[in-house]
Write a protein that binds this ligand. Structure first.
Ligand SMILES: *[C@@H]1O[C@H](CO)[C@@H](O)[C@H](O)[C@H]1NC(C)=O
Ligand SMILES: *[C@@H]1O[C@H](CO)[C@@H](O)[C@H](O)[C@H]1NC(C)=O
Length: 696
């Protein structure tokens, strides 16, 4: 048995069944993602049939991304669309050059053989990103094991990998392992002849030259139940014909390469404009082909465990819109994106499901369009061609799948914090990484310097949230206690190992009585200053904390600790702790409020957006952070007490403090009846404040 070696590397081993345009595009894109790709093709040469193919902007963009520039092998632009009735009267003709300018990539008409060769060369070349795709020709896959990601060839040999992709076309073998064997393609009632002739042959014949005057012109002749489509390719030197007609009138089989009969074809279009018949009669009987147009019920699913279908294996296309190849190319792009470098093996089944979710509706919708486009004239409903074109062309599956994969990744972690800007995914912050994984701040350090003072309860209570009942002091006295407490945080993982300063006013002995009569008690914090934007934003939005910016500069000496606060050079606060002496650390809780409070109470307020809702809140409620629920718990290591401490707050004026004056003025108002304690606590473990909770 082949391929049983352990493959533990990051590279996935991907087995692709079928070396058609879809299979080779997938192989090329996946090798570029760094994976090991094996492609199995039943035919001996793995070559394409002589026919042309539309490379609409949605497909051409993907090919260019993979390094395939179809202009290099003669693809020419689609420039004009002309429609005739069966009598050869022109019904409509429209130039597309102007309209096509809205698409980033040109709409090209390519030769399938050259496109296929270019894909094969790029996929298997030693040059280029990733390792070459190994192409196994004469390797008919007769069975696939979706769980083991194993393929069995006709000669009995087996290959095993991490993923099998079924790109084995309309008669897919892999399909039965995904959807069961009841899904079989059936003829839609029409067959088609196809052939190529030199454009020159049409130009040199005076009966037909008028049809081929212009480059890049696609012409269609419509009978009621049959039609002819002609367009140029190979630098406008060849003309490609597709002649769709009732199945019963020719001898097509299921094989796309069955030879056709020229006389039969001319009979089918008997009664059409003789000039068209003159064109058709230029077909070389040796290369004329005829095949049945196959359709299929929509598959309920395209994937099973580690097997996924793409292209016609998943959704056989009728050719009426020229999107069959394009949709296969899009499928391949989507697979390469969802199976990007570093895809963990255990995620493979889920990622294949994601691919199906991304592609399913779009592929089925385009397929439906194609059916409608192919309807006989007498059954045809009026179609908005531009709506179809816009839907088909206005899509880049690489970009689309990249976003879908991103969103899928974000959604995999439950309970992720979202806050603005949400376009970029979960915001990294103190409580989570960008991937929504909770952080550990056990190694982070803190130094908290606090000055607790006795002051006026009647002034402090003016700092309760305006007009909100339920706030009160525990004690009826007109004196109360508050602390200015300043913390320096360091070694914060979420800040790349650095830190910042904050300083708040904590009013002790406060209670909030809920509407049901329950009481929450703690230190009420009407304002917290921070000297860094990131914690201000995350704390305001995720925790409901009333944070503002201030500079907070700390000067620490052997026995003193000074803090200066200001805004753009205007100093508004000076806090001093002197004669610091180390004492026993045991017994101190290390809380940021500087005292033995049960927790912190704040009030969250978020204004509504909009002129008519000006002055109303989108969110307004009390928030409580119980210290006992904090993770991690702060661990004080050293405690220093000051025997002398003071602070001075200067309210300055609106010119010096244009955004803070109203706050600082109120802080400056607070009388200091007595400084009752002042200390510096150093420790490790900084709570992430995720214990913050809405009170009602
Ligand atoms: C991705 O494409 C689908 C159509 O297949 C579309 O509905 C969706 O909006 C696109 N998503 C993004 C993020 O562009
Ligand atoms: C904020 O404080 C930290 C810690 O003292 C300091 O390193 C940082 O420079 C300060 N940031 C600003 C913007 O002043």
């Amino acid at each position: 048995m082949n391929g049983t070696t352990e493959h533990r590397s990051d590279r996935l081993k991907i087995l692709v069944v079928g070396a058609g345009i879809g299979g080779l595009t997938a192989g090329l894109a996946l090798r570029q993602q760094g994976h090991e790709v094996l492609v199995f093709e039943q035919s001996r040469f793995a070559s394409e049939a002589g026919a042309a193919i539309h490379l609409a902007p949605n497909a051409n963009g993907i090919l260019r991304r993979l390094g395939i520039w179809a202009e290099n092998f003669g693809a020419n632009r689609m420039q004009k669309l002309t429609e005739y009735n069966s009598m050869g009267e022109k019904m409509r003709s429209m130039g597309l050059e102007e309209a096509n300018k809205m698409w980033q990539h040109p709409w090209l008409l390519a030769h399938r053989i050259y496109l296929h060769d270019a894909l094969k060369k790029a996929a298997t070349s030693a040059q280029g990103k990733g390792g070459p795709v190994k192409l196994h020709t004469s390797s008919k896959v007769v069975d696939v094991d979706p769980r083991a990601a194993r393929v069995t060839l006709a000669d009995g040999s087996e290959f095993e990998g991490d993923i099998v992709l079924g790109a084995d076309g309309v008669h897919s073998r892999a399909r039965s392992r995904v959807a069961g064997s009841e899904f079989k393609p059936f003829c839609c009632g029409k067959s088609a002849f196809r052939f190529l002739i030199p454009r020159k042959a049409a130009q040199e014949d005076e009966k037909t030259s008028r049809f081929v005057q212009e480059s890049g012109e696609l012409s269609m002749w419509y009978g009621t139940d049959r039609r002819v489509i002609m367009y140029p390719t190979s630098n406008n030197e060849m003309l490609n014909f597709v002649c769709v007609h009732p199945e019963a009138e020719s001898e097509a089989g299921d094989d796309w390469n069955k030879g056709g009969n020229l006389d039969r074809m001319l009979q089918v279009y008997q009664g059409f404009d003789p000039a068209l018949l003159a064109l058709l009669s230029k077909a070389d009987p040796a290369t004329l082909k005829v095949w049945k147009l196959l359709d299929m019920e929509v598959l309920p699913t395209w994937t099973n465990e580690r097997l996924a279908l793409l292209g016609d294996a998943a959704h056989p296309f009728l050719p009426h819109q020229g999107q069959g190849g394009a949709v296969a190319i899009e499928d391949a792009a989507s697979l390469a994106v969802v199976l990007g470098a570093g895809t963990p093996r255990e995620e493979i089944p889920d990622r294949l499901k994601l691919y199906e979710r991304i592609r399913y509706d779009r592929a089925n919708r385009i397929q439906d369009f194609s059916r409608l486009m192919g309807a006989d004239l007498d059954k045809k409903v009026k179609l908005d061609m531009f709506a179809f074109t816009n839907f088909n062309f206005g899509h880049d599956e690489w970009d689309n799948s990249s976003q879908k994969l991103r969103e899928w990744t974000w959604d995999r972690t439950p309970n992720v914090y979202w806050r603005m800007p949400i376009a970029f995914g979960p915001m990294p912050g103190p409580r989570q990484t960008h991937f929504g994984v909770a952080r550990q701040a056990t190694e982070s350090t803190f130094t908290t310097a606090s000055i607790k003072f006795k002051t006026s309860r009647t002034l402090l209570q003016n700092l309760f949230p305006r007009g909100v009942p339920g706030w009160r002091f525990k004690s009826p006295g007109t004196v109360a206690y508050a602390s200015f407490s300043q913390t320096t945080l360091n070694k914060m993982e979420w800040l790349g190992g650095s830190g910042y300063n904050h300083l708040g006013l904590y009013i002790h002995g406060v209670e909030y009585e809920k509407q049901n009569g329950d009481v929450v008690s703690g230190a009420y914090m009407p304002i917290l200053f921070e000297n860094l934007t990131d914690p201000i934003v995350s704390g305001r939005e995720e925790l409901g904390m009333p944070k503002l910016y201030s500079s907070i500069d700390v000067y620490r000496r052997a026995t003193s600790y000074r803090i200066n606060t200001g805004w753009q050079g205007a100093m508004w606060g000076r806090f001093t702790l002197e004669n610091l002496k180390e004492v026993e650390a045991a017994g101190d809780g290390g809380s940021i409020s500087g005292d033995n409070d049960a927790g912190i109470l704040t009030y969250r307020y978020m204004p509504a957006v909009g002129r008519s809702t000006k002055g109303t809140a989108e969110a307004a409620y009390p928030v409580y952070v119980p210290f006992k629920d904090e993770v991690p718990q702060p661990k004080p290591l050293r405690v220093f007490e000051a025997d002398k401490a003071s602070f001075k707050i200067d309210k300055l004026d609106w010119e010096a403090l244009p955004t803070l004056h109203h706050v600082i003025e109120r802080l400056a108002e607070l009388p200091v009846y007595e400084v009752v304690a002042a200390k510096v606590v150093e420790g490790v473990g900084v709570p992430d404040v995720a214990a913050a909770q809405r009170v009602e």
